[in-house]
Design a protein around this ligand. Structure first.
Ligand code: NAD
Length: 476
């Protein structure tokens, strides 16, 4: 498709420029390269009204037709993966080939979600009556998305919300608005006007949305601190919420694995996307017997890794996505230095952007900031352990509970350990996996509710029980 040269919002099926605009920064150069609209309260009202109007008819569209439109949307996103990927790299920083994987992943998610079903459940079927539970759409959904996976995480909300019969207003992060706006251009050609609205704006827009009375549901992905504000705002009129929040995920590596075989995977599980993944390994616990070997190999990988501008061939790791996050990560690094911790680092390019060296902190104390806080940047604390019960307690000693991993040649034992981790997801001998059929659901302060699969789909619905008598004898 020929994209327009400017960046416009999608409101009621049409391009909308909004009055003001905000700069979009390329994190590899730390300079502005485009502008996106800064939606006003009136723009938001128009988007919500359009979605409300569209809901009246969209909810009645047969599910097979909704499915067909989701598949068409997925096709269009995939067909435009190349232009979207180069734009993605400019706004997000990730190397182009990896950026393309995210765009293709979003298309795939539309397809896979289209195949889900919301059958009527029967909870009683006797001679007297049948009780049916229908899953009705909620109304207009407010979708708020972060900057680390802007396109994929938007698709996790748009596809199930629409399949269930809702309409939606999507807000990407002000740091990564552009690909989502372009996705809006594609979706405008598929869905009836008002079904999908995409608006962008600065820091004021998120709170304006969560306070807006027109929304029936908020689907939010972002930090735990913001998630709590979203929950407070939703409480005012009991909007439904799904919150996918932060994590401080632990990986536990038992002594029966080969350091040579696992080190690269452990490294990737921590540093992919420059460690800006909610479910990345953020605390790595390695058994004493193999600790030195694993550490030395991972330090070598960090030293060899190519960090740079994602638009350049050969770059493996891009910059940290934005200045605020860069400052946070550098502050954490400074505090590790001030604490006198042992630090191993790779190189950074001689560029203006927000580059942080891939950093491994060697066996810091359990209460140091780099262990306790979610870095959400390329600083990995790696700790020794001897006793499995003790390391499980350390892994669980956090308010977060998003994901975790166990690495062992003894799969049965690993499954037992997985059962003791207080997280919504545990991987065994792998990392960072998610599928459109499997719930991503944060335990503790990592979330509320679930995304993906039938679990996520149901969160966009209201169960409605209908008691149906088998005969009308009692009344006529
Ligand atoms: P953030 O919470 O700062 O922002 C997320 C989104 O919320 C952005 O669109 C932002 O503009 C908006 N927002 C900010 N303040 C708001 C408010 N008061 N009301 C409503 N909306 C508001 O998070 P971020 O820095 O963009 O993303 C990083 C965080 O997201 C990390 O903690 C990471 O772990 C988490 N994350 C979680 C998942 C998951 O699935 N659990 C996935 C990706 C990222």
């Amino acid at each position: 498709m020929n994209f327009s040269s400017d960046f416009t919002m999608t409101i009621n099926g049409e391009a909308a420029s909004g009055g003001a605009s905000i700069d979009v920064i390329n994190p590899a150069t730390a300079s502005s390269f485009a502008q996106c609209p800064d939606a006003s309260a009136e723009d938001l009202d128009r988007a919500v009204q359009a979605a409300k109007d569209a809901f009246k008819t969209w909810k009645l569209v047969p599910v097979e037709e909704r499915r067909a439109m989701l598949i068409k949307a997925g096709d269009l996103i995939m067909a435009n993966a190349d232009p979207l990927a180069s734009l993605f790299t400019k706004e997000q920083g990730r190397p182009v080939t990896l950026a393309k994987q995210e765009i293709l992943g979003a298309g795939y998610w539309f397809h896979a979600t289209a195949a889900l079903d919301l059958p009527v459940d029967i909870t009683e079927d006797t001679d007297q009556r049948r009780v049916e539970v229908h899953h009705e759409p909620l109304g207009v959904v407010c979708a708020i998305v972060p900057w680390n996976f802007p396109v994929l995480l938007a698709s996790w909300k748009i596809a199930p919300a629409l399949l269930a019969g809702n309409t939606i207003v999507v807000k990407p992060s002000p740091y990564t608005p552009l690909c989502t706006l372009k996705m809006g251009e594609l979706l405008r050609t598929v869905f009836p006007a008002g079904v999908v609205n995409i608006i962008t704006g600065g820091d004021a827009l998120g709170p304006m949305m969560t306070a807006h009375k027109g929304f029936a549901k908020i689907s939010f992905t972002g930090s735990t601190a913001t998630g709590k504000r979203v929950m407070e705002a939703a409480a005012r009129d009991l909007k439904r919420i799904t919150l996918e929040l932060g994590g401080n995920d632990a990986a536990i590596v038992l002594p029966d694995v080969s350091a040579e075989k696992v080190s690269q995977s452990l490294f990737d599980g921590a540093f992919s996307n420059s460690a800006q993944i909610c479910v990345a390994t953020k605390r790595l616990y390695v058994h004493n017997d193999i600790y030195d070997d694993v550490r030395d190999r991972m330090v070598q990988i960090a030293r060899r890794a190519v960090v740079g501008d994602g638009s350049q061939q050969g770059t493996q790791f891009g910059p940290v996505q934005n200045k605020a996050q860069y400052d946070r990560v550098m502050n954490l690094l400074e505090s590790a230095k001030a604490e006198g911790l042992t630090i191993h680092q790779g190189a950074t390019p001689d560029l203006e952007g927000y580059f942080v060296p891939l950093t491994i902190i060697d066996n810091p104390p359990e209460d140091s900031r780099v262990v306790v806080e979610e870095a959400f940047g390329p600083i990995l604390p790696m700790m020794r352990f001897d006793d499995i019960d003790e390391v499980i307690a350390r892994a669980n000693n956090t308010d977060y509970g998003l994901a975790g991993a166990v690495w062992s040649a003894d799969i049965e034992r690993a499954v037992q350990i997985a059962g003791r981790l207080e997280t919504g997801t545990v991987w065994i001998n792998e990392n960072l996996q998610s599928t459109p059929l499997t719930p991503l659901a944060g335990h503790k302060q990592s979330g509320f509710g679930a995304e993906n699969g039938i679990y996520g789909l149901r969160e966009f619905t209201q169960p409605k029980a209908i008691y149906i008598p088998k005969s009308s004898d009692a009344v006529a």
